[in-house]
Write a protein that binds this ligand. Sequence first.
Ligand SMILES: NC(=[NH2+])NCCC[C@H](N)C(=O)O
Length: 320
Amino acid sequence: MTVVEVPQWRGSGAPTAERLREGAKLLADMVPAAHRVRVEVDDDDLPETAARVRSAVSAAGGFVVTAGGDCGVELEPVAEAMRRHGDRLVVVWFDAHGDLNTPATSPSGAFHGMVLRALTGDGPAGLVADDPLDPRRIVLAAVRDLDPGETAFIEATGIGRVTGPDPAALTEAIASALPPAHISPSPTHDSPSSTHDSPSPTHDSPSSTHDSPSSTHDSPSPTHDTALPDHDGQAAGPAVYIHIDLDVLDPGTFTSVGSPASGGLQPDQLLAMVQATADRFEVVGLGITEYEPSRPEDQALLEPLVKALVEACARQGRDA
Ligand SMILES: NC(=[NH2+])NCCC[C@H](N)C(=O)O
């Protein structure tokens, strides 16, 4: 396992954002990884920092945990997971915010509020994924503070969303985010062309829900549970990247963030949702972001939580 520390803070619009530098270091310290890489951040050039993150994550072996910094650090780790896992990738976004703004809709101009949208192909110059993520492969978890442009995008694209502390709802949403071609019980070949080889209905066919009950979002087939890699190492289900902005936690419990929003998760609820995801699916990457250390009790809360989150995601036997 490798932890990649990215003390980027200029992607945040919060007045306290500079605390993210120390937060990245403290988060990386909490990750029980054998290898640690610290990315040098160029404060005046987010695309340059992103290029350095890209090199770091592509060179890292085994399971990678990215320790932010602001949420903008997730651009390249998620893009790397897309390159590795193609259409099997499902991104779970634990965050108070959607991070789905464009430069035109952003109220702040801050990149951390745009990074997930940039992964879908629409963002500031130099900060857009080469190969766009299909929004239907995204599940928002406990997101509760959305700008109007973000709400419109969610409604237009059918991004999955789980609002409450509900592990079962989350795992169902993840299973439903994958095209049916990838949840077949037959061995899959994880090549980009595999979806084209399959005659089965996909998300791309709006009429497919009428043709085959097993292909609808609402009726997950039993084969969803064959999600972990089989003995050949071939996976028949989602490859899940988990993003955690610590502002997903309720500010009544954890306040060391720059953009708090009430109505968040308790730490044990977050852990239960991540554990349920890792129990059912292959987790291929983890990012933890937006720690602005300001209280000793928040540091004390995070230490066991981060360790447990990482251990849930990077289980023995999955980590090359
Ligand atoms: N990852 C975050 N903390 N994002 C905060 C985003 C806040 C607001 N939606 C914006 O675009 O500016």
